[in-house]
Design a protein. Structure first.
Length: 133
């Protein structure tokens, strides 16, 4: 059974994890890259290298962000998909963030460029496997 998740619950679900995927067009091809993130209100915060492929996201008019979760044993899953754009965060804004909202990159290395993903549209779906019996 598939059900639609309302916008408030979508944002609440995004708060429950820290790994998502960002999708964009790079040199004419669709790229989907896993990223660490944190939520700040309704914005997704990311960190990347200033010379990395994600550093070009503020120049892209359309960027997707997706997070999903599944529980094989429980037979449930959910998915949240955002459509929007990316902005560079000013240093003073980054410095004002509470420690809990600072992104820690699993990839390591110098990740000094902070990005804010701003959603123009959000949607979500939940699926539950039928119980056999």
């Amino acid at each position: 059974m598939i059900t639609i998740i309302d916008e408030d619950e979508c944002f609440a679900l995004l708060q429950t994890t820290t790994v998502g995927r960002i999708g964009f067009v790079n040199q004419g091809r669709i790229e989907i890259i896993p990223v660490n993130y944190r939520m700040h209100e309704h914005d997704v915060l990311l960190r990347t290298r200033a010379d990395g492929v994600l550093a070009g996201l503020p120049d892209e008019p359309d960027v997707a962000f997706e997070v999903d979760h599944h529980d094989d044993l429980g037979g449930t899953a959910w998915n949240v998909l955002l459509s929007g754009h990316v902005e560079v965060m000013p240093v003073e804004e980054v410095e004002a963030l509470p420690a809990a909202e600072r992104v820690r990159s699993w990839a390591g290395g110098e990740r000094t460029l902070w990005l804010r993903y701003v959603a123009d549209r959000i949607s979500g779906r939940r699926v539950r496997r039928p119980q056999s019996g």
